[in-house]
Ligand binder design. Structure first.
Ligand SMILES: Nc1ncnc2c1ncn2[C@@H]1O[C@H](COP(=O)(O)OP(=O)(O)OP(=O)(O)O)[C@@H](O)[C@H]1O
Length: 262
């Protein structure tokens, strides 16, 4: 469904995606795991066309994205849904209008059809009846569910989730996890989830990819990842502060740094 080949992306010399190749299989949930700054969001942004890689290729249903014009990319992005980290709802629009937004933007559907489609998606996320609320009146978990309803309102082929459970209590996180799995089963979508929530990831993933300083260091089923012998993978999934993953990212000498005269 989605394939990336030798993706590289740097910001001012910092390599955020380092020669990453992998596949996101059709109808499966793939979780991209990694510590803070390991390049998960950077990879996601390239997958959905929000950032262009410096080199490498991205195939979405066999169409190569990196060479496409803005308008061609815009067409392909109609097949993608994205749930942003903070839900990214439009603060001045109520719940109904937030979910209807992609339909108004991309289609010429009549109002009764839009109403029916929004109601169906609200039912799927369990929040029918909340149409008139404003984003400021929603809890964090509700906002994510509304963001999810908006992400799937165009019936996308792939849904991308940026840290869907971050900042949520365990029950709200469990609700979001169940929704990701249910949507995956009910709509057969390909799901790509960026996360550092280890328990949630192992619960929902068909496949897991682990990034470390922009590089892919592991890929496999949750069982395969648990059985990994890579000390970096084990430290990460066990959440251990001591191990091969350094606390500090810079290789510059500490004493040179503090004694440096400006
Ligand atoms: N627009 C940008 N300009 C400069 N550097 C960036 C930019 N976006 C990301 N980076 C850098 O790229 C690296 C990877 O960042 P990224 O946001 O992809 O990590 P992440 O794994 O998603 O982290 P987190 O879990 O903390 O969100 C970081 O060192 C970050 O500082």
């Amino acid at each position: 469904m989605i394939r990336i080949e030798r993706l590289r992306k740097s910001y001012d010399g910092l390599v955020a995606s380092d020669d990453v190749s992998c596949r996101f299989e059709k109808g499966k949930i793939t979780v991209i795991l990694g510590g803070s700054g390991s390049g998960k969001s950077t990879l996601l942004k390239q997958l959905v066309g929000l950032e262009r890689p410096d080199s490498g290729k991205i195939f979405f249903e066999d169409r190569e994205l990196t060479g496409l014009s803005r308008s061609e990319l815009y067409e392909i992005r109609k097949k993608m849904g994205m749930l942003f980290q903070g839900a990214a709802l439009f603060n001045s629009l109520n719940v109904f209008e937030n979910i209807a937004f992609p339909l108004r933007e991309h289609t010429r559907l009549a109002e009764p059809v839009i109403r029916a489609m929004v109601t169906m998606k609200l039912e799927m996320v369990g929040l029918r009846g909340m149409e008139q609320l404003m984003p400021s009146q929603l809890s964090g978990g509700m906002a994510k569910r509304i963001g999810l309803a908006r992400a799937i309102v165009m019936d996308p082929r792939a849904v991308f989730y940026d840290e869907p459970t971050s900042g949520l209590d365990p029950i709200s996180a469990g609700v979001i996890n169940k929704l990701i799995v249910d949507l995956n089963t009910a709509m057969g979508v390909t799901s790509v989830v960026v996360s550092h929530d280890i328990p949630s990831s192992f619960r929902i993933a068909h496949r897991i990819i682990i990034l470390f300083f922009g590089r892919k260091i592991a890929e496999g089923t949750p069982e395969e990842i648990r059985g990994s012998e890579d000390a970096r993978v084990l430290q990460f999934i066990r959440g251990e502060p001591e191990g091969p993953i350094p606390f500090n990212r810079t290789e510059k000498n500490y004493y040179d740094d503090i004694l440096r005269v400006p």
